[in-house]
Design a protein around this ligand. Structure first.
Ligand code: FE2
Length: 315
């Protein structure tokens, strides 16, 4: 990231947001407790993740877990959206979350291959582009380039940052072709109809989500979709009139017991909101089980997920 990128980012998101993000990223005292919603962040303890990887290798389960983590499939579902403008009935939203792209060489290309022949109008990436929290972004850039050509669609590709993502990655991600929403909103227009896409910064670890800032340019009552990394601001989103809440972060547990029960939970929400479809009042929600994997690139009883949500008017 060069000086011009940093200045552009400061002008765009403001001094306070950029300063708080950069301070939190380098404040090692936050590693375990964060400044957001998540309580204690055991997932940030490298030795804990290394221990899980070591146990899997010693028990001969690592290869199976890796095969599970790379067995990508696309799921389709319909979702009722209250107040959906008629022009957007049938809008198909490709939802990919928790890419952790630099955790497995060639993973961007694998996702691209899994998307062959799929039809969608809008692509959204709900945070956690990165696997490692330190080191070079070069591998991430290569994987993003391999993925992005497969995401071409009429409304384009939008994304938000997750708890694994540093703010200085934003120019790299945007140059690859993803428009990031950093407490920002973007209108999708068809004729006279508009549907707003609103994206928040991470609420889980950084606690830098800002509904008021993101919604500043959205007309009152206008239909809106929220992108936020974790399912941890659900009541606030419903109070702000969102019709659809798309999130990830939990990985559905990633390493689960038979039947899909997650013994370790890294989120503060109801179990029913931790993975898959849920509803809160009039607002529909979906928490992706994640497309990539973090900590250790392996999954058990919790397959990776790519979802296409097709919007339908709610009756
Ligand atoms: Fe993640």
């Amino acid at each position: 990231m060069d000086e011009n990128d940093l200045l552009t980012l400061r002008d765009r998101i403001g001094d306070a947001h950029l300063g708080a993000r950069l301070r939190a990223q380098v404040d090692r005292t936050l590693r375990l407790r964060g400044r957001g919603r998540g309580g204690l962040h055991f997932e940030n303890l490298t030795f804990a993740m290394d221990s899980v990887g070591l146990i899997l290798r010693l028990t001969g389960l690592y290869r199976l877990g890796q095969r599970n983590a790379t067995a990508l499939a696309v799921r389709q579902r319909s979702v009722a959206f209250p107040g959906l403008p008629p022009a957007f009935a049938g809008l198909r939203i490709l939802h990919i979350s928790d890419l952790h792209l630099d955790g497995y060489p060639g993973f961007g290309g694998r996702i691209a291959a899994a998307l062959a022949g799929q039809r969608f109008d809008l692509a959204v990436l709900t945070g956690d582009f990165r696997f490692y929290d330190t080191g070079s972004y070069a591998q991430l850039g290569r994987e993003l380039d391999a993925l992005l050509s497969a995401l071409a669609c009429c409304f384009g590709v939008y994304g938000i940052l997750g708890n694994h993502d540093f703010i200085e990655m934003a120019p790299l991600i945007e140059k690859a072709g993803v428009r990031l929403l950093l407490n920002e909103a973007a209108p999708l227009r068809v004729g006279d109809d508009t549907l707003w896409l609103v994206g928040l910064d991470d609420a889980h670890f950084y606690g830098l989500h800002d509904f008021e800032k993101a919604l500043a340019g959205v007309p009152p009552g206008a239909p809106r979709i929220l992108l936020v990394h974790s399912p941890e601001v659900i009541p606030e989103a419903a109070a702000h009139g969102f019709g659809l809440y798309l999130a990830g972060h939990t990985h559905g547990g990633q390493i689960c017991l038979p039947g899909g029960f997650a013994p370790y939970v890294n989120v503060r929400c109801a179990r029913s909101q931790m993975v898959g479809a849920w509803r809160h009042g009039q607002m529909e929600g979906y928490t992706s089980a994640g497309t990539g994997s973090s900590g250790v690139f392996a999954r058990f009883f919790c397959p990776p997920e790519i979802v296409i949500h097709e919007l339908q008017a709610a009756h």
